[in-house]
Design a binder for this molecule. Structure first.
Ligand code: PLP
Length: 384
């Protein structure tokens, strides 16, 4: 990283996604500790009730992470050795890692240029007789195009596990994410829109999948006194201490969304004037969760590469991040699955995407600083 210079836009470094927690969360954690419930208890149960209400799903199950949510969904859905699971390369590696841990093979399918979500037309081409499931990813908070993907899955008998780690507030064509796919997996990780530090929630209308996950997340069936183990389960329940934080964050969801909307509008206005700096599309028919503000840096028009922009912004004391490097090009996936198809849209995007600071903890002045830095850097690189 380049060191910040005395003439940086900001004196103090602007974190990319600081948590928006306050005294409410501090008090809720203290109350959980005083209650004697450290592990899953009434707060985790309340979180499940709130998620079922928010999404309209029949079941909501609190688990220890978004990764655990995905893993339990696959295992409960019967995915295992010899199966193939189609997913997007533009995601956090967790989405593909859980497929490997289930004993199945991830098959990566290219994404749409507009919003970098999985391209339903290409899902058909990625299918083989071994395909058993598809995991579309609601990248940045934009729901993926679920109707054609689900229609294909119904026709072929596949399970649809939606990775909604970025998509707590999202709705697809007016339908709430969490109530559309067979199983939907949310993350409560520290940077997410509902941040609990660590945590996840699975929603589903399928009773048998919910029952299986209840058993798998606590390694047993029954009430503790008379338990049985039918299969090797996991330890993936959510602690009440984390659930207490998540409940406060749910209370703040609307207020935080207002802040995100204002920040996103400021970015939209600013980047409209910067050649070669283009935000991802947000489909007006859907509700976007505004989890990330991702721009693509076209080096020819913007005068420098994404990596040069990221370094120059860091020198201005502005933190950014990269979502995502295409999973199929990471070492493990290249070595373990050398015959994966090339995915030109995802591979170019992986070199161009840059996520700008976006959190409800940021003030309007913070976002103005980020924009000012981006303008300065752009002017320098383009010579304008
Ligand atoms: C798209 C996506 N899927 C899954 C996960 C995994 O969630 P967690 O970190 O809660 O395990 C993340 C990130 O954290 C993510 O960004």
């Amino acid at each position: 990283m380049q060191r910040s210079s005395p003439s940086s836009v900001r004196e103090a470094f602007l974190s990319f996604q600081p948590p928006a927690v306050g005294e409410e969360e501090v008090e809720a954690v203290a109350a959980a500790l005083r209650s004697g419930w450290l592990t899953s208890g009434p707060r985790a149960a309340e979180l499940e009730r709130r998620f079922a209400e928010l999404t309209g799903a029949r079941h909501a199950l609190a688990v220890s992470s978004g990764t655990a949510a995905l893993q339990l969904a696959l295992v409960a859905g019967g995915i295992g050795a010899g199966d193939e699971v189609i997913t997007s390369p533009i995601t956090w590696p967790a989405t593909a890692n859980v497929v490997v841990h289930a004993g199945a093979r991830p098959v990566f399918c290219d994404v749409r240029e507009s919003d970098l979500t999985i391209d339903p037309e290409l899902v058909v081409a990625a299918a083989t007789p071994r395909t058993r499931a598809v995991i579309p990813v609601d990248f940045a908070g934009q729901p993926c195009d679920l109707d054609p993907t689900i229609a294909l899955a119904r026709e072929r008998g596949w399970l649809v596990v939606e990775d909604a780690a970025h998509a707590v507030e999202s709705a697809y064509r007016g339908r709430k994410v969490g109530s559309i796919a067979d199983v939907t997996c949310f993350s409560l990780y520290a940077t997410k829109n509902v941040a609990a530090g660590e945590g996840g929630v699975v929603t589903t209308d399928r009773d048998e999948i919910a029952d299986e996950i209840r058993e798998l997340r606590l390694m047993r069936r029954g009430d503790g006194a008379h338990y049985d183990v039918r299969r090797a389960g996991f330890k993936a329940n959510l602690a009440d201490v984390n659930a207490a934080i998540a409940l406060c964050q749910l209370d703040k969801l609307e207020r935080h969304r207002e802040v995100r909307l204002a920040h996103v509008a400021a970015y939209d206005r600013a980047v409209a004037g910067l050649a070669g700096v283009t935000p991802l599309a947000r489909d007006p028919r859907d509700t976007h969760a505004l989890h990330l503000y991702v721009v693509r840096i076209d080096a020819t028009l913007a005068g420098a590469t994404r990596d040069e922009y990221q370094r120059a912004l860091a020198a201005e004391n502005i933190g950014t991040s990269i979502h995502f490097l295409p999973v199929h090009r990471l070492t493990f996936y290249r070595e373990r699955f050398p015959d994966q198809a090339r995915l030109p849209v995802a591979e170019l995007a992986g070199a161009e995407v840059l996520s700008l600071p976006l959190s409800p903890a940021h003030t309007a002045a913070d976002i103005r600083d980020a924009i000012e830095a981006l303008r300065r850097v752009h002017a320098r690189f383009t010579g304008r």
